[in-house]
Design a protein around this ligand. Sequence first.
Ligand code: FAD
Ligand code: MLT
Ligand code: ZN
Length: 482
Amino acid sequence: MPHSAFLHTLRELLGASHVLTDGDLSAYELDWRGRERGKALAVVRPGSTPEVAAVVKACVAAGVSMVPQGGNTGMVVGSTPDASGEQVVISLGRMNAVRKLDADNLTITVDAGCVLQNLQTVCEAAGLLFPLSLASQGSCTIGGNLGTNAGGTQVVRFGNTRDLCLGLEVVTPQGEIWDGLTGLRKDNTGYDLRHLFIGSEGTLGIITAAVMKLYPAPRAKMTALVALPSLAAAVQLLGLAHGHLGAGLTGFEVMGQFALSLVHKHFPQQRVPFFQTVPYCVVLENSDTESEAHARAQLETLLQAAVEQGCAVDAVVAENIAQARALWHIRESIPLAQAKEGLNIKHDISIAVSRIPDFVAQAEAALARSHPGIRLVNYGHLGDGNLHFNVQAPVEADAQAFLRDEEGPINAVVYALVDAFNGSISAEHGIGSLKREKLAKHKSPVALDMMRAIKQALDPHHLMNPGRMLSPDDSLRDATNH
Ligand code: FAD
Ligand code: MLT
Ligand code: ZN
């Protein structure tokens, strides 16, 4: 079908104002990190699940591939079109309604395009907590969170997005609608299809709605910024925090000195304690169901024990909500500060918590040998064993040229160590197109074959976000015959 006839069909389905082909489409075509600029045949903005299904059917009929997109805050170039000008971006942004809040069932049912922060606000107003929390929450969507199985800063207590989801509504690559919005906590009637779609990065279908788990809101939250003598001390402090706070430990984020210095440099209005004096700091949060006084007393006892055992040097405990926000804001500003410093290489890695200090020592030494002068921006969700072990080019280098020439060799050094430590090359950001080739190298052949078989079964024409996660060559290969 010629493009003009296809675009005409899309306009008939959605109305011309929701089929974008002209003007500045960079918000949809450029990834958040500015790594790649694609070109879309069209950006479509359906307003309902039947409209999504109709668009998918039209794409299938025309043999056009589709890229589901939420807030376009992903880190691995998974939500933007390739450069061919042949792909349709399906943006879920208009589908942003809260369908139902069931306080007795502790669930909320929302459209996939609902912005995470809006969902948090609705729950808070009802005295409930939706715990997923990311620095991108003002723009990322629940569909994107599910598509990437996002982690964030509360995983240590509440798990990843996968653990917060009780049901999905999905438009399949054929344009059928699967209604799995039961909201049941127990359902052993065969394969749990929801888990196939969560973390599939738009390669198996389009999530149009979800039922998410809620929790009672805590009575109090206490936040501290703790100064540490070493990374090993952070692991020791984490053990102490688990012991002292139990389920109250809702945040444990580590930040290296250079990461903090970037926040100080690029956001001078923020006060960043300790960054000139210690190699690492931790933001630690205690949520309490009893009272503020109880939460504070627990936290102070923990910090006292930490100082006595030598795993903390000093600490600031927030006196009020504004101060707590300011401490969290330091942590949340790191990705933005890093982006302001220039293009960079991100490693979103998972290692057993106990082995993280050894990993970092070995990786730092290896990179200092292979790439003297590079700057390591090391921070992340230590409570989950997830580090953002990122690399900034040497000060005097041209970042663009550095990435072009050195990203491969640097990744080789880091990922070889990740393998040696039995870790993962993607803890929470996913694979997208940026890490697709690495996945092929670091995942077991048996696992890759099962993934290809699933892709082939659900999306036999490979029209759903092709070239993401799995290589385009895989799309030509018969998963059942090799
Ligand atoms: P998009 O970027 O639009 O899409 C991401 C992927 O999901 C793509 O493959 C896309 O095709 C697919 N997708 C989107 N919507 C759907 C849908 N409805 N159905 C099926 N597939 C879909 N990530 C973390 O895990 N933890 C963090 O702490 C974190 N912090 C961040 C901080 C900043 C400042 C920024 C910019 C990003 C951060 N991220 C983090 C990354 C990003 O915000 C998450 O990956 C988020 O889940 C993406 O949501 P999105 O709506 O922007 O999805
Ligand atoms: C974070 O934890 O801040 C995010 O995953 C974003 C990033 O790593 O840049
Ligand atoms: Zn993260």
